[in-house]
Ligand binder design. Sequence first.
Ligand SMILES: [Zn+2]
Length: 92
Amino acid sequence: MIILQNYRVISCTDGFLRIQSKEHSSCSSCGGKLRVRDSRHRRVINAAGEVTFYRLRRFKCQSCARIHTELPDCIVPYKHYAADVIESELIH
Ligand SMILES: [Zn+2]
């Protein structure tokens, strides 16, 4: 996981928020070079209780092949956990 502190949030036309990093990230495990692999969608509930959808980039390390998701520091890990719980309750 890559936690970004210097980034811009951009609204996409399809309603997702995209993170534009201003940092040069490297692999947190080995320091290797990262290449964009794909992206995944993440549902986040903010402090005001509003649901937002993020499209987060996933990187693959060119040296150790680990996958890292780019996460802005405004997403609090506890909050996505809560969002995932709510989502799974809606499905069942
Ligand atoms: Zn690596």
